[in-house]
Design a binder for this molecule. Structure first.
Ligand code: SF4
Length: 436
């Protein structure tokens, strides 16, 4: 049997104006490009769950319009895609189905829009792939593939049972970093979050020895790897995090992860991160001002309460030489146009190494999407191609959509202006020297 794994990997702004800005200011889309140029871990994990007699090919499609003929001769194809490229993913699925090849799709978008996805697929998978894939594969091989597979309520996958992803399927020269998942889920439940929080009802931790085994497997196919932890929020479970970091220190790898500002409360954790090769952490600060942070999480105002300590926390992290990629969301409810200057000034004061700005994006399936739809504030409901994190597809509370787009463009120009970037980085190094 021949299995094709197709990852729709390109991310680009939908608006031509934003694309133009993105192209002249590469840092605007830099993180998006890094994300887009990483292999899709979920597909490599499905590959790991296949018996040995399944022949598997993995393909990334960055731009369907520029793509030549699609790879052919598969018995079964799995297509993975984020919301922004879902229309292209459906075109790919339609192509294979028209040729008589069975197509399976899963992931967050399909979970949020199952009926839409079902029109393009032979089968859809709703929930964590590890729980569904063995049955899907067995049913396909027995000639009885069902149209819908769904994880039962209150059921989750334990990362302790995670298989070793098939990195050996990759053309490794194409990638500048590979992903390893150490945890899944996040307790904060931000209403805009379209991460695995939607798929995973609880925080799941991969045992440190399993993570180290994966890193060693990567080192066998790539001698000097750079690892990105594909976690929603690393280090929530401190004891296990410290065990992992202590073991990681012997592996001689550089790594990056996404976490939250609470890591700055724990000097021992920060030291272990530094000693184990951490180069950068990405932290969703969301706003440098209290306005916009209230009501962000479904249960509690965690980020609002943390906001007064943001500057000291960034200093504690960066003074160890770990750079912070501070992420801000433009257009949060309650934010006024003051937020644009406030982010610029905050980046300068804290010497943030990197700053990422995105606009509030109502991804399907999120509480935010449902709320904005109820409030009649989505400009084009169902325009998934605008879920790029840069295109404005809703009415903010204290500015117009046009003001928000103009503010994004102007702030991007100012934040990524080379002199400003250099000034922040010189201050970073100066503070690092002062801290020694
Ligand atoms: S902190 Fe980040 S990962 Fe956690 S719910 Fe919020 S956006 Fe999602």
């Amino acid at each position: 049997m021949r299995l094709g794994l197709i990852a729709m990997s390109g991310i680009r702004a939908h608006s031509p104006r934003l694309m133009e800005v993105g192209l002249t200011l590469p840092a605007v889309l830099e993180r998006g490009k890094i994300v887009a140029s990483m292999p899709t871990l979920s597909l490599l994990t499905l590959a790991a769950l296949c018996p040995d007699d399944v022949e598997i090919e993995y393909h990334d499609i960055e731009d369907l319009a520029a793509q030549g003929p699609l790879p052919e001769n598969f018995d079964l194809v799995v297509v993975s895609s984020l919301s922004a490229q879902i229309r292209d993913a459906y075109r790919v699925a339609d192509h294979y189905r028209a040729a008589g090849t069975a197509v399976v799709m899963g992931g967050l978008h399909v979970l949020a829009q199952p009926d839409e996805a079902a029109r393009h697929c032979t089968a859809i998978a709703l929930g964590e792939g590890e729980l569904l894939w063995p049955q899907i594969l067995a049913d396909f091989r027995a000639g009885r593939l069902k149209p819908r597979y769904q994880v039962p309520p209150n059921t989750w996958f334990d990362l302790a049972d995670a298989p070793m992803p098939r990195w050996d399927l990759l053309n490794i020269d194409k990638y500048n970093r590979l992903t390893v998942q150490t945890t899944r889920g996040c307790p904060h439940l931000c209403d805009f979050c379209a991460s695995s929080v939607l798929l995973t009802p609880r925080y799941s931790i991969k045992p440190p020895e399993k993570v180290i085994a994966e890193i060693r497997a990567i080192k066998r196919v790539w001698s000097r790897p750079f690892i990105e932890f594909a976690d929603d929020n690393s280090f929530i479970a401190r004891r296990q995090a410290k065990e992992l970091l202590a073991a990681l220190a012997d592996e001689d790898v550089g790594w990056f992860t996404e976490t939250d500002i609470s890591i700055a409360d724990d000097p021992e954790l920060l030291d272990l991160m530094k000693d184990s090769g951490c180069k950068q952490v990405l932290i969703g600060l969301e706003s440098p001002l209290p306005a916009g942070l209230g009501g962000l999480e479904i249960k509690r105002d965690w980020k609002l309460k943390r906001q007064p300590s943001y500057e000291a926390a960034i200093d504690a992290i960066q003074s160890r030489g770990i750079t912070v990629n501070g992420c801000f969301i433009l257009g949060l409810d309650g934010q006024t146009p003051d937020v644009f200057d406030a982010i610029h000034d905050f980046a300068e004061r804290t010497a943030l190494w990197e700053v990422q700005i995105t606009v509030l994006t109502p991804f399907p399936g999120t509480p935010l999407y449902d709320r904005l739809l109820r409030e009649n504030r989505i400009l084009e409901p169902g325009a998934w191609e605008k879920c790029t994190l840069f295109d404005v597809n809703f009415r903010p509370t204290h500015m117009t959509p046009q003001q928000l787009e103009d503010g994004l463009v102007d702030l991007a120009r100012r934040l990524y202006e080379p002199d400003f970037v250099q000034r922040r980085r010189e201050t970073f190094f100066q503070r690092r020297r002062d801290a020694r």
